[in-house]
Ligand binder design. Structure first.
Ligand SMILES: Cc1cc2nc3c(=O)[nH]c(=O)nc-3n(C[C@H](O)[C@H](O)[C@H](O)COP(=O)(O)O)c2cc1C
Ligand code: SF4
Ligand code: SF4
Length: 210
């Protein structure tokens, strides 16, 4: 049994934290976790280990792999050779992890206190009901509905050909990154910046099936 998820705000995405708290993993013979991150992951490996241990089944193996940082308010996503080089390293990271998981290796995290402290402070900023208050669409929005379809939690509906956010956001940034018109902004911090999609994932892969 495995969980592969990104790092948000130096921690585990709220939807993933809820999932592992409520999942019954007691029968799983071996449990692994791979966390993908951009610039700085804090002590996220310890965080997911502790959440799962408290829920009754600590993971056997936890690792992290560096990817592009898609937190658009702070970073401008890499392109060209920089992105390709990041993806090459990421693939190597996943190959190492796949090999170690295949051998059912044990890997228990031990982060330094300073990273745990940073994580505790920054993670508190994640509050589901307020996360989408800064999203809005520019006049270039054509009402295509892609943002509605890529939102994993149905937090967006299209009303009068414009997206409306409903304040139960997971802060995945799928809507802003995959709008074909680059019409979605997060406050004033994303204007003029690029948008990012993992080169190994298609828009179709990201669309909700229902
Ligand atoms: C809301 C949000 C918060 C993020 N916070 C962090 C963070 O605290 N530390 C970090 O290293 N990366 C952070 N990231 C970056 C993502 O973890 C990273 O871009 C992602 O794992 C890339 O995976 P992908 O290439 O499969 O999309 C954040 C991304 C988003 C959207
Ligand atoms: S994806 Fe972009 S263009 Fe399409 S409806 Fe949403 S904001 Fe408008
Ligand atoms: S797609 Fe947009 S609205 Fe939906 S959870 Fe992700 S960030 Fe929030």
């Amino acid at each position: 049994m495995g969980i592969v998820c990104p790092v948000y705000s130096l921690g585990v995405p709220l939807i993933v934290a809820d999932f592992v708290k409520n999942a019954d993993l007691s029968a799983a013979e071996y449990v692994f976790v791979i966390l993908t991150y951009g610039a700085y992951p804090g002590a996220v490996e310890d965080m997911i280990y502790n959440i799962m241990e408290a829920a009754g089944r600590a993971p056997d193996y936890v690792t992290k792999v560096k990817m592009a940082d898609n937190y658009l308010p702070v970073f401008n996503p890499p392109t060209g050779e920089k992105l390709e080089s990041l993806m090459r390293s990421a693939r190597q990271g996943f190959e190492v992890a796949a090999h170690e998981i295949h051998e059912k290796q044990k890997k228990v995290p031990h982060s330094f206190f300073i990273h745990k402290l940073m994580g505790r402070i920054v993670y508190r900023s994640m509050k589901g009901d307020a996360l989408d208050k800064e999203f809005h669409a520019d006049p270039t929005c054509n009402g295509c509905g892609t943002c509605e379809k890529v939102c994993p939690v149905k937090n967006i509906t299209i009303e009068q050909e414009r997206p409306v956010w409903h304040h139960h956001c997971e802060s995945c940034f799928a809507c802003i990154h995959h709008c074909p018109e680059k019409a979605i902004q997060f406050g004033s911090k994303t204007r003029g910046k690029g948008r990012y999609r993992n080169p190994e994932v298609s828009l179709k892969d990201l669309m909700r099936k229902s």
